[in-house]
Design a protein around this ligand. Structure first.
Ligand code: ITT
Length: 199
């Protein structure tokens, strides 16, 4: 059966397909770009879970297929959890990863390493056309570097060094990142729910 991946973020889509395939999910995975006529939903929620559910419901309702969505971001301790749900447009323009990362580094300035704690957060939401919904969340704890390193991944990956790692997320292979990431944890947690509700 068809399962819609309710995202237009290419980096997320690549990771989601790998995470779900590794978990043995055999559904026909189709990105939101296959439905260009479905308008982007306004992310009016105040939590990752609320926004993930908004996106999943919008696609499930519009397509008549089950849909899963990812809402995620970087939460910085000394910024009280910002950028958080505003991570994709922190510097103003939605999806401008380079500008977002540079603004965040500038905001942190030369704050010492012991005060550069942060985590990635991800809410994985499932919505069925009948309105059934489920959410599972995951986090990846780490510290922020003073300058970007690495070219893999997307978004803030070049500045987050996971706990227990010497490399940034952008220096990890896709497999290494998915094994420990907020997204990997959230969506692997959603897999048993998908099996139960979708068969
Ligand atoms: P969709 O809503 O279409 O899924 P989006 O990019 O708008 O795409 P979000 O609102 O959830 O999605 O924003 C997520 C932002 O958080 C993303 O643009 C990155 O800047 C950041 N982010 C999330 N996961 C990340 C990861 O694994 N590595 C680096 N940055 C990440």
């Amino acid at each position: 059966t068809r399962l819609i991946l309710a995202t237009r973020n290419a980096g997320k889509l690549t990771e989601l397909k790998a995470i779900l395939a590794d978990a043995g999910l055999s559904h026909d995975l189709v990105g939101a770009d296959a439905y260009p006529d479905v308008p982007d939903v306004k992310e009016t929620g105040v939590t990752f879970a609320e926004n993930a559910l908004l996106k999943a419901h919008a696609l499930a309702r519009a397509t008549g297929f089950p849909a899963i969505a990812d809402d995620s971001g970087l939460c910085v301790d000394v910024l009280g959890g910002a950028p958080g749900i505003f991570s994709a447009r922190w510097a103003g323009r939605h999806g401008d990863d380079k500008a977002n990362l540079e603004l965040l580094l500038a905001q942190l300035g030369d704050i010492a390493d012991e005060h550069r704690g942060a985590h990635f957060a991800c809410a994985a939401a499932l919505a069925l056309p009948d309105g059934t919904e489920r959410v599972v969340e995951g986090q990846l704890r780490g510290a922020l570097r003073h300058a970007p390193v690495g070219t893999n991944g997307f978004g803030y990956d070049p500045i987050l060094q996971p706990e227990g790692e010497t490399r940034t997320c952008a220096e990890l292979t896709a497999e290494e990142k998915n094994a420990i990431s907020h997204r990997g944890k959230a969506f692997r947690g959603l897999v048993p729910v998908l099996r139960e509700l979708l068969g």
